[in-house]
Design a protein around this ligand. Structure first.
Ligand code: KG4
Length: 334
């Protein structure tokens, strides 16, 4: 049984987990800073870095205690080293380096989006590559051909905003708190999703590339125009129509890729995968076409340490190792 101590600090969650053989969570400790950033309407990078520094050591000890293990039981340390807010990622990378060195165990660098994909291995013991994955989070929207645990190819990505970013910016214009995905979902309850018609982003060239900036601008214009004219908007219907537009730009595109590449298994990952409407649309589309859908339970959709431990295990098996010169990166191909 290989026990990995895993760190995640790429955005506004400090997370430390202990994962056994890539599939079993012994503990998954998460400290979110979201409330702190909420007053600014988005993540303030410098504040994020400082909060990670304050939280990480205590959280690591809490994780070891909660897992019921000692430091000597740890076989390897994994860390999310890209992509993310550079100052935030650096905190996790440096702490993980110190842990690996002090414990005398291997250090495994893990790509954050690979981690999101691997969250599904924790939820579905039977899931194995190859499969098609749509990774939708606050900073990324990618359609990925997952050929093997550590062999992936990007089929398409957003040309502008990420899907989660679009939720967050729409929430902001509606006066809802950050992060905006969940508040928009709550507001949309009982709304009529056909009341407002929003554009679905299409981009020339690659059919798998996405675009969300036109949708974001359409919502902003609608809200500002209504304010100027003193008109009352039907906010639940606006939230429901907006969510439908996001879903309509994700689900058909993913299903098209599954048909064209011949994938029977479709995996959805990342914070936006928590959205009930998007989950429902995916599950209906997959059932219609006889494909199997995998979406993590809500607690594994957002950033967490367990997903880094899961992917870290497969990186470990593939021989991926880092030394004390490991750096953090704001951007990186998957
Ligand atoms: O994966 P994640 O926790 O962080 C990144 O790696 O970026 O994703 C955070 C994003 C935020 O943009 C948040 O608004 C969105 O996921 N999100 C949701 C929901 N819950 C979180 N979007 C739509 N519906 C939700 N229920």
């Amino acid at each position: 049984m290989l026990k990995i101590l895993a760190f995640e600090s790429t955005c506004d969650e400090t997370a430390v987990a202990v994962v056994e053989d890539g599939r079993k969570i012994l503990t998954d400790q998460i400290r979110s800073q979201a409330q702190l950033h909420a007053i600014y309407g988005g993540v303030v990078p410098e504040i994020a870095s400082r909060c990670h520094v304050e939280a990480i050591a205590l959280l690591a000890q809490q994780a070891i205690d909660a897992a019921g293990i000692t430091r000597q039981d740890i076989d390897a340390v994994a860390v999310s080293y890209a992509p993310g807010l550079i100052g935030a990622v650096l905190v996790g990378v440096n702490f993980a380096k110190a842990c690996a060195s002090a414990l005398g165990v291997p250090l495994i660098p893990v790509h954050h989006i690979r981690g999101h994909i691997a969250a599904n291995y924790l939820a579905y013991p039977e899931l194995e590559p190859p499969f098609l994955c749509l990774a939708i989070s606050g900073g990324n929207s990618l359609l990925v051909d997952v050929r093997d645990y550590t062999d992936m190819k990007i089929l398409g990505c957003t040309r502008d905003d990420a899907a989660g970013e679009c939720f967050d910016k729409t929430a902001r214009v509606l006066g809802l708190p950050y992060p905006g995905g969940r508040p928009i979902e709550q507001l949309s309850q009982g709304g009529d999703d056909s009341k407002y018609v929003f554009p679905i982003g299409h981009v020339d060239g690659n059919p798998y590339d996405m675009s969300f900036s036109g949708l974001k601008t359409a919502v902003i214009n609608l809200v500002h125009n209504a304010e100027q004219k003193g008109e009352e908007l039907d906010r639940p219907s606006l939230a429901a129509s907006f969510t439908k537009a996001v879903s309509d730009s994700l689900v058909p595109r993913t299903m098209q890729a599954a048909r064209e590449l011949g994938y029977k298994k479709i995996v959805v990952a990342g914070g936006v995968a928590a959205n009930a409407r998007i989950r429902r649309d995916f599950s209906e589309a997959a059932a219609r076409e006889g494909r199997r859908l995998f979406i993590p339970p809500l607690k594994l959709c957002g950033d967490n340490g367990a997903m880094i431990g899961a992917q870290g295990y497969y990186e470990y098996l593939a021989g991926t190792r880092a030394g004390s010169d490991l750096n953090a990166y704001a951007t990186m191909d998957i």
